[in-house]
Structure formats: structure tokens, C-alpha cells
Design a protein around this ligand. Structure first.
Ligand code: ZN
Ligand code: ZN
Length: 409
């Protein structure tokens, strides 16, 4: 057994999900990742889990459902699945998701079926996802290689070599290699992200202006009381957890109706098992009024049709161009890695934690304070080597936030 894999499982359970004695865990995993899933479950019980449930999924079987199942299947979400999610979050609960998929698993599938199913699923699980967005329970997202994904990242290699290369690349992003232990390295890393947040929060920024050599020219306001978050989050019981591993970002929420200009993506986006290449948005008063893409536009449009909030933004995240993942010079075709290699923006829901005094506010109250709500939350990458971000503070000072792709504070 690879020692690094054990260390990874430990990191995900102890530091990512930060499972506490007595917690019930739901693990969501592809069947191809069963070996890693077993290590996670073992580690969870060692950490004092009360019980661990595993929901398995499989790209090939998922694809068969979209191709061959009866059409009305995509208009309802099974009640028994909803009961599982809603029951689990009533007790002491943590969620751990292994996200690993063929980036083109659903290529050619009717995007309307995907959209309809996404709508009924997100609507049925709204309470579960609202609690997740508001950190009412700890959650953690990690990834391990699967063959179709590894071949997409390293197309010139044999499947075996591609898997090994992707494992090594992922271990590097997770700070698993090196002297000492990974947990200590992560403590240091999250502190660095925390320091960046402190600097940004001290500025009390009102407006950000993004410019890149690809054509992004976008101005957006932050709501009054906006907070920059990054590194570890704190759940409502006061336990720290790390939602994404790896993570290199600091992020906040935009004021829903404030964005104007053009945004051009800098990396491909994998959305519902389809690749979106060359994405461009034209934005007026916060709303995406025109979406373009060189590839995958049908899928992108279906996702944007899900609800009104899908056309507005929910996250502004800053990542240095000169960051460890970006410096690997790989395109991962997996948002968990690509978003941590590049400044990104999300369309869809905002995180309530990005706003002062948001505890216990209803979605209407959050909306009144400027936060967007949606069934969607999709990060897409905008950062480049020449990204320039200029801020204007609430007292009218101009500050350079990003210069030539990197944090300038
Ligand atoms: Zn983000
Ligand atoms: Zn995001």
C-alpha cells in the first residue's frame, strides 16, 4: 500500500472534513476509487465516526441512465434519496465527496435531460445544499485519478503511465510529498491564505476591476460587509474544516446587480460531463446578457437556464498565476484543480459566510443584502499571466490587488 495514499486519506478525514467523534459521515465515491474510499472509511472510524454511509456512482452507468432511461425519470427526484440526505443532516454529520470523472462522460447526451434532472435534484435537495453553503456541517471535496480522466490530462501517455503521472501531480498539489508531515504543511498553508484574507478585509473594498490579455474587462462591486474567506472554514458548531483540497484561493461574494463588462475564460470548464471551451460572458448590471463558447455552448446555455440566479454571480476568487498548481502547467479538466490554478468567478449562489452578520438570515434577507441565490454554483477560470485587478476602497482609494497575474498586496 502506498504510504502517500494513506496520508491522503488521513488528510481528507482529519483536516478536510475534520470528522469529530460521534459524527455520521456520508462518503460519495466513484466505484473506480473504491480502494481510496476504503481507506477513508477506515480513517473515519479511527477518528471516532459513529457510522459511515457510502453512495457509489459510476460514469458509465450514469451515462446509460441519460441515454436509455424512460423520459419521465428526469422530471422527478426519488423521495427515498431525499430522505437520506435530509435525515443525515439532522444529526452530527460530515460529508466527504471523492470527485473524479471522465471530463467527457456525458458528451453527446441530450443536455435537456441533464438540465431537467439537475433542476429536480437541486430543488429536492435545496435544504441539504443550503446547509452546505452556510457551513452548517463540515464538508470536504477531494479527487483521485480515474483512467479516462488521466488520459485526458496526459493524452500522449499509456493509460498506466497517465494514471501514475496524474497521481504524482495530485500528490504535489496536496503537499503530501516533502519532509515532515502533510498536516503540518497544511496548517502553514492555510495560515498563509488567512493572512491574505486579513489584508483584503482590512482594505474594505467596494469595487474590483479585472483586466486580462484575453479580453476580460469587468467591473464589479462587493456588498456592504463583504468578507474575504480562504483556507479553513468554521462550521456552525465552531469546528474548522477545509471544503476543497487542494485550495489556493481567497474568495468573496459580489453584489448581485453590480457587474458590468466582458469576461473571457482562461481554462476549459468541465460542466455536466461536457467540456466548455472559449467561454465568454457579456454582463450588464450583474446579469449575463450574452454567453458564448467555442465548444459546449448548448450545455452551457442549459445550465444557465436552470433559474434566474444562474445568470448572476456568486463568487469572486483570487489565485496567484504563480501558484503551485498553476506552475505545473497542466490543464486538469477538473474544476477542483483548475479553479485553484487561476483566479475564478462563479455564476450562481453565493456563500453566506462571505457576508458579515449573515448567520440565520433567510435567502430573501441575504438577497436584500446583495447575495445571489441559485441551484447552481459553477466556478469558471479567468486568471492569466497578465491579470490586473484594481480595487477601489469604500473611502475612494485606488489599490492594486493583482499585478501581472499575482497578488500585489
Ligand atoms: Zn472558489
Ligand atoms: Zn466556487
Amino acid at each position: 500500500m502506498d504510504k502517500r495514499l494513506e496520508e491522503y486519506a488521513r488528510l481528507a478525514v482529519r483536516m478536510g472534513a475534520n470528522l469529530q467523534p460521534g459524527d455520521t459521515m456520508l462518503l460519495r465515491s466513484p466505484v473506480d476509487c473504491a480502494q481510496f474510499a476504503r481507506l477513508i472509511v477506515k480513517e473515519a472510524y479511527d477518528a471516532g465516526a459513529r457510522e459511515v454511509f457510502v453512495n457509489w456512482n459510476d460514469d458509465a452507468i450514469g451515462r446509460m441512465k441519460y441515454l436509455y432511461a424512460a423520459d419521465d425519470v428526469f422530471d422527478k427526484f426519488n423521495e427515498w434519496e431525499k430522505i437520506q440526505y435530509d435525515t443525515l443532516t439532522k444529526g452530527k454529520f460530515v460529508l466527504l465527496t471523492i470527485y473524479a470523472e471522465d471530463p467527457e462522460a456525458l458528451k453527446g447526451v441530450d443536455p435537456d435531460r441533464i438540465k431537467r434532472y439537475q433542476m429536480v435534484r437541486q430543488s429536492a435537495l435545496k435544504d441539504f445544499y443550503d446547509k452546505m453553503m452556510a457551513s452548517e456541517y463540515s464538508w470536504n471535496l477531494v479527487s483521485v485519478p480515474v483512467p479516462a480522466w488521466a488520459k485526458k490530462v496526459f493524452p500522449e501517455m499509456s493509460e498506466e503511465d497517465a494514471m501514475e503521472a496524474l497521481w504524482n501531480a495530485i500528490y504535489e498539489t496536496l503537499r503530501i510529498d516533502g519532509s515532515g508531515n502533510a498536516v503540518a504543511r497544511w496548517e502553514e498553508h492555510t495560515k498563509r491564505l488567512r493572512d491574505k484574507c486579513d489584508k483584503l478585509n482590512a482594505l474594505k473594498l467596494k469595487t474590483l476591476h479585472y483586466e486580462t490579455e484575453l479580453g476580460t474587462d469587468f467591473t464589479v462591486d462587493l456588498p456592504e460587509g463583504a468578507i474575504w474567506c480562504g483556507g479553513a472554514d468554521k462550521n456552525k458548531q465552531g469546528t474548522y474544516f477545509i471544503a476543497n483540497m487542494p485550495t489556493e484561493e481567497v474568495f468573496t461574494a459580489p453584489a448581485k446587480y453590480s457587474g458590468n463588462g466582458h469576461i473571457v475564460s482562461s481554462r476549459p470548464l468541465c460542466l455536466n460531463g461536457t467540456l466548455i471551451q472559449g467561454l465568454k460572458f457579456t454582463v450588464e448590471n450583474g446579469k449575463i446578457v450574452k454567453a458564448e463558447a467555442d465548444e459546449g455552448l448548448d450545455t452551457l446555455n442549459k445550465v444557465l437556464e436552470v433559474d434566474e440566479g444562474s445568470l448572476y454571480f456568486g463568487e469572486l476568487a483570487l489565485v496567484d498565476y504563480d501558484s503551485p498548481i498553476s506552475n505545473q502547467k497542466l490543464v486538469y479538466y477538473n474544476t477542483l484543480f483548475d479553479e485553484n490554478a487561476s483566479c475564478h468567478i462563479a455564476f450562481g449562489a453565493a456563500y453566506p459566510d462571505c457576508l458579515e452578520g449573515s448567520d440565520g438570515l433567510t435567502s430573501e434577507e441575504l438577497e436584500a443584502r446583495g447575495l445571489n441565490d441559485s441551484f447552481n454554483h459553477e466556478d469558471f477560470m479567468v486568471g492569466t499571466a497578465k491579470t490586473q485587478i484594481t480595487g477601489i476602497t469604500r473611502d475612494g482609494q485606488t489599490v492594486t490587488i493583482f499585478k501581472d497575474g499575482n497578488f500585489a498586496l
